[in-house]
Design a binder for this molecule. Structure first.
Ligand code: MV4
Length: 499
């Protein structure tokens, strides 16, 4: 057991700020690293010390393992927190940190490896009698094996990359005739993306929900879960809105899935915070999908409903202490929802919107949390993820949380870059979303930028009508009937589209 007094955060932006904040709360000193273009970011300003580690390209900065470890040694930190992305799921880095005599605030390299290989993860958890989607338990080496699988389980089937995760190298195959070319292209894409062409096959679940469980494991083989996060609202594997609890959850199902999640993690001798992803079908059958061996972007919704600071628990576990809570001490209260605000053009296929944030007026108020790693004046560049901010709202009920989120999004103003804020408002207002009736295909099924564009045009038209009336009024040729009709039209539009 070693008291951690100083931590290097091997990351940038909002997650670096998030970790620094808990360190400050705990009286732990902080060291930031930054690339040449990041020197004006909040994570540099907020840390006790900060070191430039190279050029903007991730390979030359936030992925430069040896350089980061050299700085950690020079700054005499006790531990390194990797955040998410970058080196967070890199077993070699976890090993290098350990070998340098520094604590890695995350799982041991062996656990990262076991769960990083999706075939080995499937095999492990399936051996622990956790349901997995019917699939192959070894890579598919030739076409005949794939054909055999398709004939046995029926189509559609899904080709997945063993080295993958997050949807890269995946191919849905609807019939046998598509199999040859799908397998070939999946293999070559996997080779390019992960340097590993191994493909495995699963039966394709058509309309699942994506629900994940937050788990915590200590060094003594104890594990607990902190409930679920509903992550079905995503676009091309990028999550946009997450919430906890999921509207489909019951205490019984949570208990069952939570136990399975803990068991899955312990089957890999997991330690620290992690997430078990499940697909859930309409009958509430659940299937293990994969494990994320890191702190996740959406962890705040869990913090809001459990009142547990997950980064604090990560540090506690990394110090070698037993878990600070038993499962029966975990209580869930209310409902939390997170919107990821991205620098993206929601009217133009969500293309990243690069540039300087000229103005930023954020949202606040009771039960609103914002995790953000950029300020007014900072730049969104092509080098990193274009996420600007995470807005999180809590309420005693889902309805209250949704209304608070709408209000917060209404307050939020940015200039200089385009954002997905209007798309978030649109989702939160959608009948199906409000009713909780959605799956992973929500955005592709319902989102149509033309709808939002047209609504905006209608509003411009309404403003034009009102302006005309106003001008006419000034000219003293004022018609009450037109005014009342058009003003109420304008008002109802505004309420309908921008609330
Ligand atoms: C699936 C699936 C349906 N059936 N596996 C996508 C990312 C990767 N983690 C696994 N993914 C999926 N695996 C089977 N057997 C559907 C998806 C999937 C998905 C999963 C979670 C969240 C969003 C998704 C969007 C499309 C497809």
């Amino acid at each position: 057991m070693k008291k951690i007094k100083k931590i290097l955060i091997a990351n940038r932006g909002e997650i670096a700020v998030r970790v620094i904040r808990t360190c400050k709360d705990l009286g732990i000193r902080t060291v930031s690293v930054y690339s040449e273009i990041d020197q004006n970011l909040p994570h540099v300003r907020l840390a006790d010390e900060a070191y430039c580690i190279g050029r903007a390209t991730p390979a030359e900065s936030y992925l430069n393992k040896q350089k980061i470890i050299d700085i950690a040694l020079k700054a005499q930190v006790d531990a390194i927190h990797p955040g998410y992305g970058f080196l967070s799921e890199n077993s070699e880095f976890s090993k290098m940190v350990q070998d340098a005599g520094i604590i890695f605030i995350g799982p041991p390299p062996e656990a990262i490896e076991k769960m990083g290989d999706k075939i080995s993860a499937r095999r492990l958890v399936s051996a622990a009698s956790i349901p997995v989607v019917p699939g192959t338990d070894a890579p598919v080496m030739d076409l005949n094996q794939a054909i055999e699988f398709g004939r046995k389980y029926g189509y559609p089937i899904l080709l997945k990359a063993a080295g993958g995760g997050g949807g890269k190298g995946m191919r849905i195959v609807k019939m046998e005739s598509e199999l040859t070319s799908a397998l070939r292209s999946a293999q070559s894409e996997a080779q390019t993306a992960f340097g590993d062409n191994r493909i495995y096959i699963e039966k394709y679940l058509e309309n699942p929900r994506h629900i994940e469980f937050q788990i915590l494991c200590d060094s003594y083989g104890n594990g607990i879960h902190l409930g679920e996060r509903e992550c079905s609202i995503q676009r091309r594997h990028q999550k946009i809105i997450e919430e906890s609890p999921s509207v489909i959850m019951t205490p019984e199902l949570r208990d069952k899935m939570g136990r399975a999640a803990v068991k899955a993690a312990l089957s890999a001798n997991y330690r620290n915070a992690g997430t078990i992803e499940f697909l859930v079908d309409k009958q509430s059958n659940f299937y293990f999908l994969e494990m994320n061996t890191r702190l996740q972007v959406e962890h705040p919704v869990t913090e809001m409903v459990t009142q547990i600071d997950i980064v604090k628990e990560q540090i506690n576990i990394a110090e070698g202490n037993p878990l600070s809570y038993s499962q029966s001490q975990i209580n869930f209260r209310g409902h939390a929802i997170e919107c990821r605000i991205y620098a993206e053009d929601y009217e133009n296929n969500f293309l990243p919107s690069i540039g300087k944030i000229k103005k930023l007026k954020s949202a606040a108020g009771a039960f609103i949390r914002e995790d953000r790693g950029v300020d007014e004046g900072n730049e969104i560049s092509v080098y990193y993820d274009p996420m600007i901010s995470k807005l999180i709202a809590w309420g005693e009920t889902r309805d209250i949380a949704l209304k608070r989120m709408q209000r917060a999004l209404e307050e939020y103003k940015l200039a200089g870059i385009k954002t997905n804020i209007n798309a978030c408002k649109w989702i939160l207002n959608h009948k199906k979303f409000v009713e909780g009736d959605f799956d992973t295909h929500f955005i592709e099924n319902y989102y149509n930028p033309e709808i939002i564009k047209n609504k905006r045009d209608e509003i411009i038209e309404a403003i034009a009508i009102i302006s005309t009336i106003y001008l006419n009024n000034q000219k003293a040729s004022y018609d009450h009937t037109i005014k009342n009709k058009d003003v109420s039209k304008w008002k109802s539009k505004k309420l309908e589209y921008f609330r």
